[in-house]
Ligand binder design. Structure first.
Ligand code: GLP
Length: 246
């Protein structure tokens, strides 16, 4: 694992965008999985700017959704896909046919999850996975207690995740109760992973993720075993963990 501690969120975002661009320059046909949430917003803004300046093209990339709410219409204002589309997809040159979106309105959850897993298999697996860290240690919507071998599935959101998601949608009652997420098994097979952690509200969970035991009560601890993992954390979130590479 490589750990990069940046002085602040802006530097974290710049570093993250730089690494994504380098990756795409090296592997132009990358299969990308990119988290939503507040943390990657700065990275997306920089990627869009780099694309506009002609420094990077996503034309040959594919993109698979990491997670979304479930049992909501495709047009729902809370759709995480729409979030990703507004911040990134609609502003760069990824062809629509290269995008795998969860059908959040599907009436057959099992079939929908199998469809997305098959799509990833057909693409040859995930090349670059960019993750945020849930305040309770969730990855995507793999909530505490998720099996490390878990497949892509529909889950009931934990009370902690509903609470933290309320910051995006107004109040807790506005947060959908179900999520659909790529499973930990498929995430752990990604060839390269970038984890972004920013802000002092993440210090404790960041510490538990990398300095405590590997346990599915904190799903993110699975990352201690992840191949080719780069963690970018700002000083506020890093607490007393200083820069080191391993
Ligand atoms: C959300 C998303 C995750 C995201 C995480 C952290 O609920 N489902 O994909 O990475 O929680 O979000 P934030 O970056 O806003 O802290």
């Amino acid at each position: 694992m490589k750990l990069i501690v940046t002085k602040d969120y802006e530097a974290l975002s710049t570093r993250a965008a730089g690494l994504v661009i380098e990756h795409i320059q090296q592997y132009p046909s990358s299969v990308l999985v990119l988290a939503t949430g507040n943390t990657p917003l700065g990275m997306f803004a920089r990627l869009v700017n780099a694309y506009r300046r002609g420094e990077v093209s996503f034309h040959n990339c594919s993109l698979v959704e990491l997670d979304d709410y479930f049992n909501i219409s495709l047009d729902d204002r809370r759709s995480l896909y729409k979030w990703l589309a507004a911040e990134f997809i609609n502003q760069v040159d990824i062809p629509a046919e290269n995008i795998v979106r969860f059908n959040t309105a599907s009436t057959d959850a099992k079939e929908e999850c199998a469809r997305v897993e098959q799509a990833i298999a057909n693409l040859g697996g995930i090349d670059l996975l960019v993750l945020g860290l849930g305040p309770n240690g969730h990855l995507g919507f793999n909530e505490p207690g998720s099996d490390f071998e878990s497949a892509t599935r529909v889950i009931t959101l934990s009370a902690a995740s509903i609470k933290s998601s309320a910051q995006y949608w107004g109040k807790e009652e506005d947060v959908p109760r179900q999520g659909i997420t790529l499973g930990l098994k498929i995430l752990s097979a990604a060839r390269h992973t970038l984890l972004l952690v920013g802000g002092k509200q993440k210090t404790q969970i960041f510490n538990s993720t990398f300095q405590g035991p590997v346990t599915n009560s904190i799903p993110a601890t699975i990352l201690q075993q992840q191949q080719n993992l780069t963690v970018i954390v700002d000083k506020a979130a890093a607490g007393n963990i200083s820069t080191r590479s391993a």
